[in-house]
Design a protein around this ligand. Structure first.
Ligand code: HEM
Length: 342
């Protein structure tokens, strides 16, 4: 008790000293607060208008920060100067990447002093908080700069693929200094959002499929055929989460909903682990998490299924770590438009 009081006193004292000695630090903290509240307001608005943009913003953090660090390079559009090589957006592994208009809208509000790289990280953080109904929160530093290089080849060489086997996944994450447990924690993001058929076609093909519940597989194969017509596409998009499918689909699959909040449709929660441990996930890479020899993989799958709070904390910590991956380029700026270098 005495210690707590002493610590509180010390905190008040250091705040007073900060106010007295470093008015610019206080102003910066206040400005940071305004930046964060502007991002939050815009992300709330965007998700209210189109809930599907929430998962897209979370994915953007991964796809920006994994490739040359968090430098906003994933946002750059093709220009006459870089079109021959292809920007990250053109990478095969970036299929379906979205949310760029939300980043643009935030940038328009914040102006030239805030980097696009910071906006990606803050918007993804807010999307995770909103989609988890406030249960996933973490602090991130700001002050990132925007890179000037964006390469499709680099994105395809760096981002993991949905057909990866477990050793490729753990190697890919180890290269960025992420553990097997962090891999399992982050994969839980696939509780929300969508995937193109082309990213999981192998799972419903009789010769290429990895272990998948046969009833789920049959329901999925039927559903994607229906989606082709409804979406007028040979590569329709399907929801990741079996919890979020209609009752007919779930009943046909024999999904065991014990421990899953069935009313929480669209919510970022630990339902991914319930589905995965029933062989009812879309991507091979997600199923592969069950397939490694490292015991921390399966320990984590069960721990995250059985304790939502543990998963929320591990997910938040891994997202914070992801958001701090340092930019690897040599030339930086704060872009005026997130889609083009200055
Ligand atoms: C572990 C390796 C990973 C692989 C192989 C992978 C692969 C994929 C694929 C194939 C899609 C669907 C793309 C499409 O076809 O439209 C996707 C979507 C998504 N991924 Fe991952 N991913 C991985 C890790 C992550 C991580 C670490 C995060 C968290 C930041 C994440 C968050 C998401 C989200 C939220 C979506 C849905 C996006 C939307 O609805 O627009 N993924 N991922």
């Amino acid at each position: 008790m005495k210690l707590t009081r002493a610590l509180a006193g010390a905190a008040v004292l250091s705040l007073c000293l900060l106010l007295a000695v470093q008015p610019e630090a206080v102003a910066a903290a206040a400005a940071g607060g305004k930046v964060e509240s502007t991002v939050r307001t815009e992300v709330v608005k965007a998700i209210r208008a189109d809930p599907s943009v929430g998962p897209a913003l979370i994915r953007l953090v991964f796809h920006d920060c994994w490739v040359n660090g968090c430098d906003g390079s994933v946002l750059l559009d093709t220009t006459p100067f870089n079109s021959s090589a292809g920007v990250e957006k053109a990478a095969a592994n970036n299929i379906g990447l979205r949310g760029f208009d939300v980043i643009d809208a935030i940038k328009a509000k914040l102006g030239d002093s805030v980097s696009c790289a910071d906006i990606v990280v803050l918007a993804g953080r807010d999307a995770a908080a909103i989609l988890s109904r406030g249960r996933i929160t973490y602090a991130v530093e700001t002050g990132r700069k925007d890179g000037v290089v964006s390469s499709a080849a680099a994105a395809d060489a760096t981002l993991p693929e949905s057909t990866f086997h477990i050793d490729q996944l753990t190697d890919n994450f180890a290269r960025k200094n992420f553990t097997a447990e962090e891999l399992v924690a982050l994969a839980g993001a696939h509780a929300v959002g969508v995937s193109h058929l082309s990213s999981f076609r192998d799972r419903i093909n009789a010769t290429t499929r990895t272990p998948i519940d046969p009833r789920y597989q049959a329901a999925l194969a039927g559903d994607v055929e229906a989606l082709k017509g409804r979406q007028n596409s040979t590569d329709p998009i399907e929801k990741f989460n079996i919890r979020d499918m209609d009752a007919g689909f779930r009943n046909a699959s024999g999904f065991d909903a014990a421990g899953v909040d069935m009313a929480a449709v669209g919510v970022l929660d630990n339902s991914f682990y319930h589905a995965n441990l029933q062989n009812m996930v879309l991507l091979r890479s997600d199923w592969e998490l069950r397939n490694g020899t490292d015991p921390s993989l399966s320990d984590s799958l069960f721990a995250f299924r059985d304790n939502a709070t543990v998963w929320e904390m591990e997910f938040a910590a891994a997202m914070a770590k992801l958001s701090e991956l340092p930019a690897e380029g040599t030339r930086f700026e704060i872009r005026k438009s997130c889609r083009a270098t200055n």
